[in-house]
Write a protein that binds this ligand. Structure first.
Ligand code: 5GP
Length: 141
């Protein structure tokens, strides 16, 4: 397996070098909108600790990461009135991973609505901004 590359796009988002529609941050994780959502409100939860994926992650990263995943899953369900939430996580190219900094996909689901393709079509920035606002509002209570 290749080494972690600090030039990956999520490391740049974590450092604030490129913009994102950020909805949540704590000591361990940030969460922001996926620019090519597989469904309305598709959010990514990203640990601040560096690892390529789950396979090389420090175990200390995992508890706080999944606390963040649960928080965002509850928030997106509330924000969009979703019927369910799909959690996805990919490791290495054979699995479909395209960005090599550990992250977890949190995707609101609606009865009868299939997932769109992974890394498919770019969403309009104004739609991402509106959805991010709804998630922030849900997180605020
Ligand atoms: P992976 O295949 O690595 O699990 O997923 C990477 C995800 O990141 C994809 O769902 C893709 O749409 C998303 N993505 C790729 N580039 C960017 C970007 O620059 N900003 C954001 N917010 N998401 C991205």
């Amino acid at each position: 397996m290749a080494d972690y590359d600090p030039g990956n796009i999520f490391a740049k988002i974590l450092r604030g070098e490129i913009p994102s529609h950020r909805v949540y941050e704590d000591d361990a994780v940030i969460a922001f909108m996926d620019v090519m959502p597989q469904g309305k409100g598709h959010t990514l939860v990203v640990p601040k600790a560096q690892s390529r994926n789950l396979l090389d992650a420090d175990t200390a990263t995992l508890g706080p990461l999944f606390i963040g995943v649960q928080k965002l899953a509850q928030a997106v369900k509330k924000a969009f009135g979703a019927d369910g939430v799909t959690i996805l996580q990919f490791n290495e190219p054979a699995s479909g991973q395209t960005v090599y900094h550990l992250h977890v996909h949190v995707i609101p689901r609606f009865e009868g609505v299939p997932l769109k393709p992974h890394s498919g079509q770019m969403e309009k920035p104004e739609v991402l901004a509106e959805n991010a606002g709804k998630i922030r509002a849900a997180l605020a209570g």
